[in-house]
Ligand binder design. Structure first.
Ligand SMILES: [Zn+2]
Ligand SMILES: [Zn+2]
Length: 349
């Protein structure tokens, strides 16, 4: 089954989850011919690593056998282009480039070696022309995103009254996945990273522990509503946990699109078959009244809505558990109030 990337239209961006699990452990590993770790510090100035910007190109320190390069060399190559284009000076360090994110994220106990199109860079100081140069000259880089606002400002919408805050995809494709581990199994959760909040996988997340504890309290077996579902993680893990019915909803259209993509990419792991009911291109970026976008059937009955969280309570007749995963600082009392008659239990995460 081939899934076309909703961002760039390529057939290679989205690997079905079961194939990701098979190959992930080798994806970033060194081969026996790979050079030793270059031992480069993130705070080392560029001019102490290389004598000149002419000393680094697409072949620099690339393994002749597996053709991968160490993450730090790839980032140094991007830094070299920033220096050449006058966006920073030769004393800038690797950390100046920004945040490197591997395209399939999981906890790797070693520094990754990268093959083609396996890195997305989230950069502070970059322009579109330079971003396009990085994409064409550094083979490992698949996408360049420009950060906007402060590091702490969450990406997406706080509520339906707020304007979306997103980063800028300057070049390439920003679609990447994270392997989510839970007591019920693994999923590969894909996201268009420039309009999805960044969460780093540090083993088992706090949210997963909340879900596992709900499971042991037998609160995850009935009808579960994942009311601000984002890319769909909590709702889809609830499917793995054996929920009878799952309702996923988000008011932000990019989140709904990622959720649909994740049902597709994880369909054999979840045992679900997706059916679309609404053309995604006809929906507004920020939802008003809830619209049923898709349903899925198989191991459980699942529905996906694009709607304001408080008005969704009127559409869902009843549920056993409503999960509200809002951004930190967003008052949730109004949502809890809207759901108190519909849901047996409301949990804010
Ligand atoms: Zn893509
Ligand atoms: Zn190698």
């Amino acid at each position: 089954m081939t899934i076309i990337c909703p961002r760039c239209g390529s057939r290679d961006c989205i690997i079905p989850a079961e194939l990701v699990f098979e190959s992930a452990y080798m994806m970033y590993a060194a081969c026996p011919s790979c050079m030793a770790d270059p031992g480069v510090g993130k705070q080392t100035p560029f001019n102490r690593l290389f004598d000149s910007i002419d000393d680094i190109d697409g072949g620099t320190m690339r393994c002749h056998s597996c053709e991968k390069r160490h993450l730090d060399i790839v980032v140094a190559h991007a830094l070299c282009i920033l220096i050449r284009e006058g966006l920073c000076d030769v004393q800038a360090t690797l950390s100046h480039v920004g945040t490197p994110m591997i395209t399939i994220g999981y906890q790797i106990p070693f520094s990754p070696r990268l093959g083609r199109d396996t890195l997305i860079l989230i950069m502070n100081t970059v322009d579109k022309k330079t971003a396009e140069m990085i994409i064409s000259e550094v083979p490992e880089v698949k996408g360049v995103i420009q950060r906007k606002g402060s590091l702490k400002q969450p990406i997406g919408i706080l509520d339906t009254g707020s304007r979306p805050h997103t980063y800028n995809l300057l070049a390439g494709c920003d679609l990447r996945g994270d392997i989510v581990s839970s007591a019920f199994g693994e999923l590969c959760i894909y996201k268009t990273q420039s309009d999805t909040h960044i969460e780093f996988s540090r083993g088992k997340s706090d949210k997963m522990q909340v879900l596992e504890s709900l499971y042991y309290q037998r609160k995850l077996s009935g009808i579960v509503v994942d009311a601000c579902c984002g890319a769909g993680t909590l709702g889809l893990v609830s499917v793995l946990a054996g929920a009878r019915e799952v309702v996923l909803n988000d008011a932000f259209l990019p989140a709904v699109k990622n959720t649909i993509l994740n049902i597709r990419a994880n369909s054999s792991v979840l045992g679900l078959e997706l059916e679309m009911h609404t053309d995604l291109s006809e929906l507004p970026v920020v939802a008003g009244a809830p619209v049923l976008v898709a349903t899925a059937h198989g191991s459980c009955d699942l529905s996906v809505y694009h709607g304001d969280l408080a008005s969704l309570a009127a559409v869902v007749d009843q549920c056993d558990l409503c999960l509200i995963d809002a951004f930190i600082g967003v008052p949730t009392a109004g949502f809890v109030e809207a759901w108190k008659d519909t849901a047996g239990v409301v949990v804010t995460i």
